[in-house]
Design a protein around this ligand. Structure first.
Ligand code: SAM
Length: 214
Protein backbone atom coordinates (compact mmCIF):
# COMPACT_ATOMS: atom_id res chain seq x y z
CA UNK A 1 0.00 0.00 0.00
CA UNK A 2 1.15 3.55 -0.77
CA UNK A 3 0.36 6.81 1.01
CA UNK A 4 0.83 10.47 0.16
CA UNK A 5 3.57 12.19 2.17
CA UNK A 6 2.51 15.82 2.26
CA UNK A 7 4.90 18.53 3.31
CA UNK A 8 8.52 18.96 4.29
CA UNK A 9 8.31 17.53 7.82
CA UNK A 10 6.48 14.40 6.75
CA UNK A 11 8.92 13.71 3.90
CA UNK A 12 11.90 14.57 6.13
CA UNK A 13 10.92 12.06 8.82
CA UNK A 14 10.17 9.35 6.27
CA UNK A 15 13.56 9.89 4.60
CA UNK A 16 15.35 9.96 7.93
CA UNK A 17 13.83 6.81 9.42
CA UNK A 18 12.90 4.69 6.39
CA UNK A 19 14.46 6.06 3.17
CA UNK A 20 13.72 2.78 1.39
CA UNK A 21 9.99 3.52 1.73
CA UNK A 22 10.11 6.92 -0.02
CA UNK A 23 9.60 7.46 -3.74
CA UNK A 24 8.31 10.12 -6.16
CA UNK A 25 9.72 13.12 -4.29
CA UNK A 26 8.52 16.37 -5.88
CA UNK A 27 9.70 19.88 -4.99
CA UNK A 28 8.22 23.13 -6.29
CA UNK A 29 11.39 25.21 -5.98
CA UNK A 30 14.66 23.34 -5.35
CA UNK A 31 16.53 26.43 -4.07
CA UNK A 32 13.79 27.24 -1.55
CA UNK A 33 13.61 23.62 -0.38
CA UNK A 34 17.40 23.47 -0.05
CA UNK A 35 17.34 26.59 2.13
CA UNK A 36 14.56 25.15 4.29
CA UNK A 37 16.28 21.79 4.65
CA UNK A 38 19.68 23.31 5.43
CA UNK A 39 18.05 25.26 8.23
CA UNK A 40 15.78 22.56 9.68
CA UNK A 41 17.24 19.19 8.70
CA UNK A 42 20.76 19.35 7.26
CA UNK A 43 21.06 15.56 7.55
CA UNK A 44 18.50 14.99 4.77
CA UNK A 45 19.39 17.80 2.34
CA UNK A 46 21.36 15.65 -0.09
CA UNK A 47 19.03 12.67 0.10
CA UNK A 48 15.98 14.85 -0.45
CA UNK A 49 17.33 16.83 -3.38
CA UNK A 50 19.05 13.89 -5.06
CA UNK A 51 15.70 12.10 -5.29
CA UNK A 52 13.53 15.07 -6.18
CA UNK A 53 12.02 16.18 -9.45
CA UNK A 54 10.61 19.67 -9.95
CA UNK A 55 6.84 19.91 -10.23
CA UNK A 56 3.57 21.20 -8.82
CA UNK A 57 3.11 20.63 -5.07
CA UNK A 58 -0.07 21.62 -3.23
CA UNK A 59 1.52 21.73 0.26
CA UNK A 60 2.71 25.16 1.39
CA UNK A 61 6.24 23.86 2.11
CA UNK A 62 6.57 22.87 -1.56
CA UNK A 63 7.54 19.22 -0.90
CA UNK A 64 5.64 15.97 -1.40
CA UNK A 65 6.44 12.31 -1.92
CA UNK A 66 4.90 8.87 -1.94
CA UNK A 67 5.48 6.47 0.95
CA UNK A 68 5.23 2.69 1.08
CA UNK A 69 3.51 1.34 4.18
CA UNK A 70 6.06 -0.94 5.85
CA UNK A 71 5.23 -4.30 7.46
CA UNK A 72 5.38 -3.45 11.14
CA UNK A 73 7.58 -5.40 13.55
CA UNK A 74 4.98 -7.33 15.56
CA UNK A 75 7.54 -8.59 18.10
CA UNK A 76 6.78 -5.43 20.13
CA UNK A 77 3.42 -6.98 21.02
CA UNK A 78 5.14 -9.50 23.28
CA UNK A 79 8.74 -8.38 23.99
CA UNK A 80 9.72 -4.81 24.83
CA UNK A 81 12.34 -2.64 26.49
CA UNK A 82 10.18 0.51 26.35
CA UNK A 83 6.40 0.94 26.60
CA UNK A 84 4.04 0.08 23.76
CA UNK A 85 1.14 2.53 23.43
CA UNK A 86 -2.20 0.84 22.71
CA UNK A 87 -4.98 3.14 21.50
CA UNK A 88 -8.29 1.46 22.22
CA UNK A 89 -10.65 2.34 19.37
CA UNK A 90 -9.60 5.97 18.86
CA UNK A 91 -12.00 8.11 16.81
CA UNK A 92 -10.09 11.26 15.91
CA UNK A 93 -7.37 10.81 13.28
CA UNK A 94 -5.71 14.02 14.46
CA UNK A 95 -5.44 12.72 18.02
CA UNK A 96 -4.06 9.39 16.82
CA UNK A 97 -1.41 11.18 14.77
CA UNK A 98 -0.42 13.32 17.73
CA UNK A 99 -0.06 10.15 19.84
CA UNK A 100 2.29 8.59 17.26
CA UNK A 101 4.33 11.77 17.23
CA UNK A 102 4.79 11.92 20.99
CA UNK A 103 5.30 8.16 21.28
CA UNK A 104 8.17 8.42 18.79
CA UNK A 105 9.64 11.41 20.62
CA UNK A 106 9.41 9.82 24.07
CA UNK A 107 10.96 6.53 22.97
CA UNK A 108 7.93 4.21 23.00
CA UNK A 109 8.56 0.98 21.07
CA UNK A 110 5.40 1.23 18.98
CA UNK A 111 1.78 2.33 18.71
CA UNK A 112 -0.97 -0.25 18.31
CA UNK A 113 -4.60 0.45 17.38
CA UNK A 114 -7.74 -1.50 18.13
CA UNK A 115 -10.98 -0.52 16.38
CA UNK A 116 -11.75 0.74 12.93
CA UNK A 117 -9.60 3.85 12.45
CA UNK A 118 -6.98 3.25 9.75
CA UNK A 119 -3.59 4.02 11.38
CA UNK A 120 -2.34 5.20 7.95
CA UNK A 121 -5.33 7.49 7.27
CA UNK A 122 -3.98 10.71 5.66
CA UNK A 123 -5.01 12.81 8.67
CA UNK A 124 -3.25 10.42 11.08
CA UNK A 125 -0.10 10.68 8.96
CA UNK A 126 -0.36 14.45 8.90
CA UNK A 127 -0.78 14.53 12.69
CA UNK A 128 2.31 12.39 13.22
CA UNK A 129 4.40 14.55 10.86
CA UNK A 130 5.52 11.32 9.18
CA UNK A 131 6.78 9.73 12.41
CA UNK A 132 4.90 6.56 11.48
CA UNK A 133 8.25 5.67 9.93
CA UNK A 134 10.11 5.99 13.24
CA UNK A 135 8.43 3.09 15.08
CA UNK A 136 6.06 0.18 14.40
CA UNK A 137 2.42 1.25 13.93
CA UNK A 138 0.10 -1.73 14.02
CA UNK A 139 -3.51 -2.85 14.05
CA UNK A 140 -4.27 -5.38 16.76
CA UNK A 141 -7.09 -7.17 18.50
CA UNK A 142 -7.43 -6.61 22.27
CA UNK A 143 -5.99 -10.07 23.00
CA UNK A 144 -2.92 -9.73 20.74
CA UNK A 145 -0.80 -7.95 23.36
CA UNK A 146 0.97 -9.56 26.31
CA UNK A 147 2.90 -8.09 29.22
CA UNK A 148 2.04 -5.72 32.04
CA UNK A 149 -1.13 -3.89 31.00
CA UNK A 150 -1.36 -0.36 32.38
CA UNK A 151 -4.69 1.31 31.69
CA UNK A 152 -4.72 5.12 31.73
CA UNK A 153 -7.88 6.36 33.39
CA UNK A 154 -8.67 9.50 35.34
CA UNK A 155 -10.26 7.37 38.09
CA UNK A 156 -7.15 5.22 38.57
CA UNK A 157 -4.25 5.33 41.00
CA UNK A 158 -2.28 8.59 40.83
CA UNK A 159 0.75 6.93 42.42
CA UNK A 160 0.97 4.06 39.89
CA UNK A 161 4.15 4.01 37.82
CA UNK A 162 4.74 2.71 34.33
CA UNK A 163 6.99 -0.38 33.99
CA UNK A 164 9.51 -0.17 31.15
CA UNK A 165 7.94 -3.11 29.31
CA UNK A 166 4.32 -2.00 29.81
CA UNK A 167 1.47 -1.82 27.36
CA UNK A 168 0.06 1.65 28.01
CA UNK A 169 -3.65 1.45 27.17
CA UNK A 170 -5.37 4.70 26.26
CA UNK A 171 -9.12 5.03 25.82
CA UNK A 172 -11.21 6.55 23.10
CA UNK A 173 -12.33 10.16 23.13
CA UNK A 174 -15.92 9.30 23.91
CA UNK A 175 -15.97 6.19 26.07
CA UNK A 176 -12.51 5.60 27.52
CA UNK A 177 -10.93 2.13 27.68
CA UNK A 178 -13.23 -0.74 26.67
CA UNK A 179 -14.20 -3.55 29.05
CA UNK A 180 -12.07 -6.27 27.47
CA UNK A 181 -8.80 -4.40 28.07
CA UNK A 182 -9.89 -2.85 31.36
CA UNK A 183 -10.63 -6.30 32.82
CA UNK A 184 -7.08 -7.41 32.03
CA UNK A 185 -5.39 -4.36 33.58
CA UNK A 186 -2.48 -4.98 35.95
CA UNK A 187 -2.56 -1.31 36.94
CA UNK A 188 -4.93 1.59 36.36
CA UNK A 189 -2.96 4.84 36.32
CA UNK A 190 -4.38 8.32 36.80
CA UNK A 191 -2.78 11.63 35.90
CA UNK A 192 -4.03 13.95 38.64
CA UNK A 193 -6.08 16.92 37.48
CA UNK A 194 -7.47 20.02 39.12
CA UNK A 195 -11.05 19.68 40.42
CA UNK A 196 -13.63 20.28 37.73
CA UNK A 197 -11.49 19.09 34.81
CA UNK A 198 -12.88 15.78 33.56
CA UNK A 199 -10.12 14.51 31.28
CA UNK A 200 -7.03 15.27 29.24
CA UNK A 201 -6.92 14.95 25.49
CA UNK A 202 -5.62 11.46 24.81
CA UNK A 203 -2.37 12.57 23.17
CA UNK A 204 -1.69 14.84 26.13
CA UNK A 205 -2.34 11.93 28.50
CA UNK A 206 0.11 9.73 26.58
CA UNK A 207 2.71 12.51 26.64
CA UNK A 208 2.38 12.99 30.40
CA UNK A 209 2.53 9.26 31.16
CA UNK A 210 5.52 8.53 28.90
CA UNK A 211 7.53 11.54 30.00
CA UNK A 212 6.76 10.92 33.67
CA UNK A 213 8.18 7.41 33.21
CA UNK A 214 11.30 8.79 31.51
C1 SAM B 1 -10.55 12.15 26.41
S1 SAM B 1 -10.21 10.87 27.48
C2 SAM B 1 -11.71 9.94 27.53
C3 SAM B 1 -12.73 10.49 28.38
C4 SAM B 1 -13.94 9.60 28.40
N1 SAM B 1 -15.13 10.38 28.45
C5 SAM B 1 -13.93 8.57 29.51
O1 SAM B 1 -15.00 8.13 29.87
O2 SAM B 1 -12.89 8.14 29.98
C6 SAM B 1 -9.27 9.76 26.51
C7 SAM B 1 -8.34 8.88 27.28
O3 SAM B 1 -7.23 9.63 27.75
C8 SAM B 1 -6.77 9.08 28.98
N2 SAM B 1 -6.87 10.10 30.01
C9 SAM B 1 -7.40 11.34 29.88
N3 SAM B 1 -7.28 12.03 31.02
C10 SAM B 1 -6.67 11.21 31.90
C11 SAM B 1 -6.22 11.34 33.25
N4 SAM B 1 -6.38 12.46 33.93
N5 SAM B 1 -5.63 10.29 33.84
C12 SAM B 1 -5.40 9.15 33.14
N6 SAM B 1 -5.79 8.97 31.87
C13 SAM B 1 -6.40 9.98 31.25
C14 SAM B 1 -7.63 7.88 29.27
O4 SAM B 1 -7.02 6.71 28.78
C15 SAM B 1 -8.88 8.19 28.51
O5 SAM B 1 -9.62 7.03 28.20
Amino acid sequence: MKVALEGFHCVKHALRFAPECVSDVVVRDPAAVRALAERLAPDVVDLLLSRAVVGEVAHHTGVSAVGAVPSPDRSVLSARTSPLVLLDAPRSPGNAGAVIRVAAAAGACGVAFTGTLDPWHPTVLRGSAGLHYALPVLRVGPSDVTGPLVVLDADGDPSASLPGDAVLVVGSERSGVGASLRERADLVMALPMRDGVSSLNLATAVAAALYRAR
